[in-house]
Design a protein around this ligand. Structure first.
Ligand code: NDP
Length: 332
């Protein structure tokens, strides 16, 4: 069977371009025992894929030139030689950007196809929701009444992190990239304040103005100048979760910024990076809360969905332009 795949054509220098991707026709092999033939239904596109386009050692292996990009996806089982899945099942797993694929049944997880929002398993009930929960609850440990600042606040992780902080009784300030997103954060998602970093000249002052009692918790999705400005406003005993650094993912030089040790020392502050997959034992409790909060209407969520296999590269690039509110997804 001949199918189209999207492969890495070249390693980006700086901001990735459409020319870094290539469409390729390949024939897919016949099924072997414990394999399934899948047809993807939804692909997640995520900022961390940018790191995998570089040829460097990291916590997850780099994409190879001329080999397919892969990302988390929901897919329908078409044929099965697996004892675990039958045709018609909906499964989730890390899949190649391919119109159809044959993969091992290991690492695939069955998903309840009758759920009203199946795509939520790629977002609020999947990796990004879990990231928000773990980062906030296990790294930042919020207390009612504290002030929490979330950067990348209108994105997949930020939207959930900010709302969980509200559920915990905190005052929440979001930082985002447009006036429309500022309005959404406050009017729809219950943030107390939001700041448009693209139209604010002095971010440190702006944060100080809305965080009159200082910043107790910073959930950092973006890094760079925005984070420097938040850290200027820390309170004593503040906690910072380093979740992501999207403003630096396309850097071509080693980023230079303020040295933070003295601030962390004098504020007795804690700054901790985390990778969600190192907290797998916490996933069941986290999923229970995320599911409950969504059904109770305490946690609202949205997705930005583009349609069509060929949209995968441009949709991924849109993450770096702020094209999404909530989770960026491609429906196939
Ligand atoms: P988002 O849905 O937040 O999408 C990216 C958003 O980042 C864009 O919409 C844009 O919004 C903002 N952005 C893009 N470029 C910049 C920039 N230069 N400066 C400031 N903001 C920018 O992505 P996710 O929610 O999936 O991920 C958020 C962060 O969390 C990422 O850094 C990601 O790598 C990280 N992550 C970490 C995990 C972990 O285990 N630690 C797991 C999952 C994600 P805007 O309009 O506001 O600019």
């Amino acid at each position: 069977m001949n199918v189209q795949q999207i492969v890495l054509a070249s390693r980006p220098k700086g901001v990735p371009q459409l020319t870094d991707f290539k469409f390729k026709h390949v024939s897919i092999p016949a099924l072997k025992q414990e394999e399934v033939l899948l047809k993807p239904v939804y692909f997640s596109v995520d900022p961390y894929l940018r790191g995998r386009m570089n040829d460097e050692k990291s916590y997850i292996h780099a994409f190879q030139i001329n080999k397919p990009i892969e990302s988390n996806a929901l897919a329908r089982v078409i044929e099965s030689k697996s004892g675990n899945f039958v045709p018609g099942d909906l499964v989730m797993g890390m899949l190649p950007w391919s119109e159809k694929c044959v993969v091992s049944d290991k690492g695939l997880q069955k998903v309840d196809a009758l759920q009203e929002h199946v795509s939520y398993f790629l977002s609020v009930w999947g990796m990004t929701g879990l990231t928000a929960y773990i980062g906030l609850m296990h790294i930042c440990k919020p207390l009612a009444g504290e002030t929490v600042v979330v950067s990348g606040a209108a994105g997949a992780v930020g939207l959930v992190a900010g709302q969980i902080a509200k559920i915990m009784g905190c005052r929440v300030v979001g930082i985002t990239g447009s006036d429309e997103k500022v309005k959404l954060l406050v009017n729809t998602y219950g943030f107390d304040e939001a700041i448009n970093y693209k139209t604010t000249t002095y971010m440190s002052n702006a944060i100080g103005t809305v965080c009159t009692d200082g910043v107790d918790i910073y959930f950092d999705n973006v890094g760079g100048d925005i984070s420097d400005a938040v850290i200027n406003n820390l309170n004593s005993q503040a906690r910072i979760a380093i979740c992501g650094q999207i403003s630096l993912y396309n850097s071509t030089a080693v980023p230079v910024g303020p040295r933070l040790q003295q601030t962390l020392l004098t504020k007795s502050a804690t700054m901790r990076g985390f990778l969600v997959n190192n907290f797998k034992s916490e996933f069941p409790d986290a999923m229970e809360c995320l599911t409950k909060w969504v059904y109770e209407g305490k946690l609202k969520f949205t997705e930005t969905t583009f349609e069509g296999f060929e949209q995968l590269p441009s949709t991924f690039l849109g993450l770096f332009n702020g094209d999404n509110t909530g989770k960026m997804i491609v429906k196939i």
